[in-house]
Design a protein around this ligand. Structure first.
Ligand SMILES: Cc1cc2nc3c(=O)[nH]c(=O)nc-3n(C[C@H](O)[C@H](O)[C@H](O)COP(=O)(O)OP(=O)(O)OC[C@H]3O[C@@H](n4cnc5c(N)ncnc54)[C@H](O)[C@@H]3O)c2cc1C
Length: 352
């Protein structure tokens, strides 16, 4: 498969390459260690300051993941991915709706190789919006701008997004722009602000681990575009760009959420971290917010118990529903994020 060179404006000395759908650093000495766990997961690896036997085992399992047979990963994937086809995804959305849960749909496959791929992804999203409308489902869409060509041709990406957001508006629907790695942050914000010049049915994601996010949030709110999802951030970023310590990330998350809520922005509070959920509930209560001024968001397949408790307590819940042919790459990422699960799954394999 082809290799696309992607120059990252915010990291002038480094080049990212996209090979077989995976981002790789072109200078190995500058690359993050391949099996490094994102900082927010490092507490899984720590037992009173040192690695426990169990966490070492999990780490080993993560390193072995690329060797795991695809059918096994697929078995695991069923929990996190709503199948490969639009029809399978719509059935998952329907089932969530029946439990009083909204959805946001993600077409897997953010790394594209040419403009044709970008058009194809945009067309799939248009079809999804049509089907959501036709079936009367409670769901919107989540889009990664790189899947619409952000790193290939920014003008094309803007044009495709303008069409998509306009199409969503016609269907009385909404488009959420996912946030990707730090090389995309400024471009994503700029494109979002450009879209907001003509449409209000589009929102953006902010990552609490980035040092710049607090300022970005204020800038976006002052531009009259405060419609956010807040999450911790999932990409491995260097210390000069992102907080590394889980406590600092959580404190920043809470502070940013307060900034958003007190300034009247609508916020999708995306987390499975019960400490952050607790803090968000406290803020919602203190600010006397109504059900339609915020929502909680969680990933498909993660912590149903917490999800159901929030729904039962009357909060609006939206579940992120990824689907598509590129489920394998997505699941490998999920497994790497959570070594506990990796250890459990692959551990069972080796026991047989
Ligand atoms: C709806 C939604 C949309 C998101 N969109 C983006 C985005 O646009 N850009 C971005 O960078 N990041 C995004 N993320 C990912 C986010 O940044 C975090 O990496 C992820 O949510 C884990 O952080 P946490 O707040 O759940 O806390 P953590 O402390 O990481 O997790 C709390 C607990 O939840 C469980 N858990 C969390 N994640 C998983 C998982 N994947 N599999 C299994 N168990 C898990 C674990 O038991 C863990 O102990 C999104 C997350 C959600 C929920």
């Amino acid at each position: 498969m082809g290799i696309t060179h992607v120059r990252e404006s915010e990291r002038p000395k480094e080049n990212l390459m996209v090979r077989d759908g995976q981002k790789q650093w072109s200078h190995p000495q500058e690359a993050p260690p391949p099996e490094r766990i994102p900082p927010q997961y490092q507490h899984h690896l720590e037992g009173k300051g040192r690695l426990t036997n169990q966490s070492l085992f999990n780490r080993l399992m993560v390193a072995l993941l690329p060797l795991a047979p695809k059918p096994l990963v697929k078995k695991f994937a069923q929990r996190y991915v709503a199948g490969e086809t639009v029809e399978e995804m719509l059935q998952t959305v329907e089932a969530l709706n029946e439990q009083g849960i909204s959805a946001t749909v993600d077409v897997l496959g953010e790394f594209i190789h040419n403009a044709g791929d970008a058009y194809e992804t945009a067309a799939t999203y248009q079809l999804i919006l049509d089907e959501i409308d036709r079936r009367g489902l409670d769901a919107n869409i989540s889009v990664k701008l790189t899947a619409l060509g952000l790193l290939l041709d920014e003008a094309l990406c803007l044009e495709l997004m303008q069409n998509l957001v306009a199409h969503a508006a016609q269907k009385n629907n909404f488009v959420r722009i996912d946030m990707e790695d730090s090389g995309c942050t400024e471009k994503t914000i700029q494109l979002y602000l450009a879209l907001r010049q003509t449409h209000t049915n589009v929102g953006i994601v902010m990552q609490a681990y980035l040092r710049r996010t607090h300022d970005d949030v204020i800038r976006i709110i002052e531009a009259g575009a405060g419609h956010f999802r807040i999450c911790k951030g999932i990409y491995v970023e260097p210390r000069w760009l992102a907080y590394q310590h889980p406590d600092l990330i959580n404190q920043n998350y809470a502070a940013i959420l307060r900034e958003m809520l007190t300034r009247g922005a609508y916020v999708g509070i995306a987390t499975h971290d019960e400490r952050l959920v607790w803090n968000a509930l406290k803020q919602v209560r203190e600010l006397s917010l109504g059900r339609y001024q915020y929502e909680f968001q969680m990933l498909l397949g993660v912590d149903h118990e917490l999800r159901d408790m929030l729904v039962a307590a009357g909060h609006h819940m939206r579940v992120y529903v990824p689907f598509g042919k590129q489920w394998h790459a997505y699941c490998m990422r999920r497994l790497k994020e959570n070594p506990k699960i990796a250890g459990y799954i692959l551990g069972n394999l080796f026991k047989r």
